[in-house]
Design a protein around this ligand. Structure first.
Ligand code: ATP
Length: 521
């Protein structure tokens, strides 16, 4: 868990990249090609809730497997669990969510639109940062090759003035958030003369706290019902099971517990497609360590997680760390891995050194000891925890936005191609008989029957071959196999590479190992 009054404020703000056009196209493409649909669309949708369609579900499943393999299968000392979404309500008291998992909200009296007060201020700061970027651009044009950006940023009077303004606003926001001083946050909005983007007026209500947890009733009658919550993070399911897993799995510290599952947050302003949803999925791992060794493990996991992202080959320049200067109450170190989304660098994953905060709180609220007996030290203690927490949907979005490409081809035609890393692509292979007749379809089916045991395959015989290639490019299928008349003579096919569009003639009995190696590399 991160931001809001857990005080995980960002004391700097992302570079705004005006890539809106591309983002709109990606969203439209996701719908048109069966990746993501608005939930309940025929009833006009449900805000910030989405369904994964046939290709999206495959991509999502592959991301989960890729993560699970790296975290669980490749680490002897990490095991996975699948805990329930409903949990005892006291768990959320102990974790602090009931009292403090809040966002500050504010309404504009004229448009009746609701905003997150901190986001209104952050957006204002982002506009100041955009002005800095404009100054840089102008200077770059003026000085050409001799331009030294670093020097310009640290000496130009106007830039320094903007930066000072940004710092001042950010610090005031941070202070207001961490002290729970909602009056000052409202005053900040007034002082900055922030207007509602819809009505254009500055007529604001007071700022109020809004708890992000969804609640429901458990029990057969309303009278005897207990209020319970839909979990806002998967981590607590790991904490309350940690001793059970440690004992039954005979785990020795350091060890980890991983989990993939749904989480629910009643986000006030849910924007940017699947970036911020009300129902989403997390892939989390809690690593239990000796007290005093947590910071060294924190560094280890920061580096390991970054390597995992880079292994997908989506460009080193698209990732960066954001180390938190100010920390949440449960943490003694924290960083985000940010990805360069079309709307700027934003949090994709959080790595937090959570100390013994959660386990100690659960000891206190449950009255049960959650200690680990360390045979090497011959003593019992409450372990410290380092957490890695990534949003599956955000990961999905990073892949989709990065892989979407519009290309002009040599023959003047155009194609849209999703350059999804092959290991994650929904379908690995498309099998395309050049034509239906002459036994080509039967031969293609024969090849498919062998390959489909290990790879997701799609069979297509309709339309001209070029059109079929385009359809496969649009859903990111890395390899297309074409069965033609020569296949019937010498048992070879052509295999076309999605990215280079090059075709190679290969023997049918080499296909399996070839595709396997390509997907793994
Ligand atoms: P943010 O500051 O963007 O609200 P957070 O710091 O509250 O995120 P955490 O509580 O650290 O997020 O959750 C871990 C991960 O879960 C995040 O890095 C993000 O990828 C994902 N996540 C959090 N909230 C959402 C959401 N509403 N929709 C989709 N993914 C989310």
């Amino acid at each position: 868990m991160g931001s809001r009054l857990w005080f995980r404020p960002k004391l700097y703000f992302c570079t705004m990249q005006n890539n809106e056009e591309k983002f709109k196209k990606v969203i439209a493409h996701a719908k048109e090609y069966g990746f993501v649909f608005q939930s309940s669309e025929i009833y006009d949708g449900l805000s910030a809730v989405y369904d994964y369609a046939q290709n999206g579900a495959e991509l999502k499943k592959n991301v989960k497997e890729y993560w699970w393999k790296a975290m669980v299968q490749m680490h002897e000392n990490i095991v996975g669990i699948d805990s329930a979404i409903f949990m005892h309500p006291t768990i959320w008291k102990a974790s602090g969510h009931v009292d403090a998992f809040n966002d500050p909200l504010i309404d504009n009296k004229d448009s009746k639109k609701r905003y997150r007060a901190d986001v209104l201020v952050e957006d204002h700061v982002a506009k100041i940062e955009a002005k800095i970027n404009k100054e840089v651009e102008k200077a770059q044009n003026r000085f050409g090759d001799t331009f030294d950006k670093e020097q310009f940023l640290s000496t130009n009077a106007r830039v320094l003035e903007y930066k000072a303004k940004m710092d001042e606003i950010s610090h005031r926001l941070y202070k207001g958030m961490s002290d729970g001083n909602l009056e000052d946050i409202k005053q900040l909005i007034i002082d900055l003369e922030i207007a509602c983007p819809i009505s254009g007026t500055k007529s604001w209500t007071d700022v109020r706290q809004f708890n992000l947890m969804f609640s429901t009733q458990m029990g057969s009658t309303a009278e005897g019902a207990n209020e319970i919550y839909l979990r806002p993070e998967t981590a607590q399911g790991i904490f309350v099971n940690y001793l059970n897993v440690q004992k039954t799995g005979r785990m020795k510290i350091p060890f980890g517990i991983a989990q993939i599952g749904k989480a629910f947050r009643n986000e006030i302003v849910a924007r940017q497609f699947i970036f911020r949803m009300r129902e989403f999925e997390q892939m989390e791992m809690q690593f239990f360590v000796r007290p005093g060794e947590e910071l060294q493990w924190y560094e280890y996991w920061k580096e390991t997680r970054m390597k995992w992202h880079l292994s997908l080959g989506m460009g080193q320049e698209n990732y960066r760390f954001h180390n938190h200067e100010k920390l949440a109450h449960y943490a003694n170190a924290a960083a985000d891995i940010e990805f360069n989304f079309p709307f700027g660098f934003k949090e994709l994953e959080g790595i937090h050194s959570r100390t013994d905060f959660d386990l100690t709180a659960h000891e206190k609220f449950s009255g049960k000891k959650l200690r680990y007996f360390d045979p090497e030290l011959n003593e019992s203690y409450v372990p410290y925890v380092v957490e890695t927490s990534i949003g599956l949907d955000r990961m999905f979005l990073s892949i989709l936005t990065h892989s979407y490409n519009e290309e002009k081809l040599d023959d003047g035609s155009e194609r849209v191609v999703l350059r999804i890393p092959a290991v994650l692509a929904p379908y690995k292979v498309a099998i395309l008989p050049l034509m239906k007749k002459d036994g080509l379809a039967e031969k293609a089916r024969e090849i498919m029957d062998v390959l489909k045991v290990d790879f997701m395959c799609q069979y297509e015989e309709k339309d001209a071959i070029g059109k079929r290639y385009r359809r496969q490019d649009a859903i990111g299928t890395p390899y297309c196999i074409t069965v033609d008349h020569q296949t019937l003579e010498d048992n070879t096919v052509t295999i076309r590479d999605r990215d280079t569009m090059e075709q190679q003639r290969v023997a049918v009995n080499e296909l399996h190992s070839m595709i396997y190696n390509k997907i793994r590399s």
